[in-house]
Design a protein around this ligand. Structure first.
Ligand code: ADP
Ligand code: MG
Length: 149
């Protein structure tokens, strides 16, 4: 995977804004299979904050919570024939658990936008053509986002 973009945000609001902007780009992607976005970064890096902005960019009104205690939450994308599926692999032991909930079938459907927090834990079953976003905690509220494609 090649690095394509680096962005620094200075607070949570900027991270949400970045997620919102990125979602609008993703809505224009066309692909024969699901669009997969994998986020990597430590606890508190801002993965869920980015996801909240992303959902807003898709036009989703429902409140976004971290799905840490449930493996996946699914949302319909308003006015588009698409689904936003938000995963959190933090608590799982390995990729097997993703396979057990039918992840392979979800990957086949071009209407699905699969957004995975802690993607490094399930990297072995993610498609190579995914977008990978690595978030690093710099000082205090500064976060660096590196996008790979
Ligand atoms: P993760 O899902 O990676 O564990 P969260 O998004 O749940 O992280 O939490 C990030 C925390 O860091 C929140 O409390 C948020 O307010 C705080 N924060 C501070 N600065 C930023 C920033 N630049 N971007 C995102 N979150 C930030
Ligand atoms: Mg989170």
């Amino acid at each position: 995977m090649k690095e394509v973009l680096r962005v620094i945000t200075n607070n949570e609001r900027e991270t949400r804004g970045l997620g919102e902007f990125f979602a609008k780009e993703v809505l224009d992607f066309s692909s024969a299979k699901a669009t997969v976005i994998g986020l990597e970064g430590d606890l508190g890096a801002g993965k869920t904050a980015f996801a909240k902005g992303f959902a807003r960019g898709l036009g989703i009104q429902e409140e976004m919570k971290s799905p840490t205690f449930i493996l996946m939450r699914a949302f319909r994308v308003p006015r588009k024939n698409k689904m936003f599926l938000h995963f959190d692999a933090y608590r799982i032991a390995g990729a097997k658990e993703f396979l057990q909930i039918g992840f392979k079938n979800l990957l086949k459907d071009s209407r699905n936008i699969l957004f995975v927090e802690w993607a490094d834990k399930v990297a072995s079953i993610l498609p190579k053509n995914r977008v990978k976003i690595r978030i690093s905690h710099l000082k205090k509220d500064r976060r660096e986002f590196i996008f790979y494609g």
